[in-house]
Design a protein around this ligand. Sequence first.
Ligand code: SAM
Length: 265
Amino acid sequence: MLQLELFPRMELKALSDFQKLEAARLPLNDLTKLVLTPEFFQSPKANDVIRRQHAGILDKILGFRIRYIEEMLIADARGFDPDGAHDTWGPLMHQGVQTWVGLEKETLQTPYSECLRILQLLKIKPYQQVVDLGAAYGRMGIVIGGLYIKNSFTGYEYVKARVDEGNRIYRELGMNRCQLITQDLFAKDFEMPQADIFFIYDYGQVEHIDHTLRQLEQVAYKRPIKVVVRGKFTKQIITDRHEWLDLQYDGKLEELFSIYTAYIA
Ligand SMILES: C[S@@+](CC[C@H](N)C(=O)[O-])C[C@H]1O[C@@H](n2cnc3c(N)ncnc32)[C@H](O)[C@@H]1O
């Protein structure tokens, strides 16, 4: 059972337990303890609605200012096209890059509990490196920073405001093995890092994702890799064009991800 300064003995079983933590505005000392606890990242129920609610509450407990930042981005976007929406605003504002400005914030990111489930299934070994390609605010890094103390995380993200906010929270929580980097993954000079595990959740346009998968194929010539894929576009691109990836785990029921492996010897 969790022991915090504010709540000497606390169970995290229902959404209302997490809501209590949110209302309490915990001191940093308690927050740094919370993120070391797997139950913190576990959703009270395994259905998508509760997972998303749980994730939204965790963002608030941790002090993320996601709503504010996304609203600022939408305000900028309206300057480009007052009648636009999430499918048009990102590319208009960001040189054709689909940054999903205007997308509902729980659709933009993977719930923490799903990040946890993915990491458990991956059975990551000490010192393996995890990379998120199109990381938004870097939720995967929060779970790794808290629970996987011998692993490092790098998230690449086009939108600097998201990167700055994620890095601010990592710094506050003392997660110095986690970082977000402002980067266009489609830039000509972007070199794919030599990591062990890569995560892609439908980050952008089809040709951008295809280009990233080609870069991952080159990494797989040098070392074994695992690629976690969330979202139907990326899965379809893999089925159509990337048979070098072997499907290892196909998410069941409300698990919206698949895990592929590759080592092209
Ligand atoms: C659907 S979100 C997924 C966020 C995170 N991976 C998660 O699952 O929680 C995709 C992110 O990729 C970013 N993105 C899209 N195109 C990109 C590009 N060319 N370079 C870097 N990031 C990009 C978007 O701005 C967005 O934040």
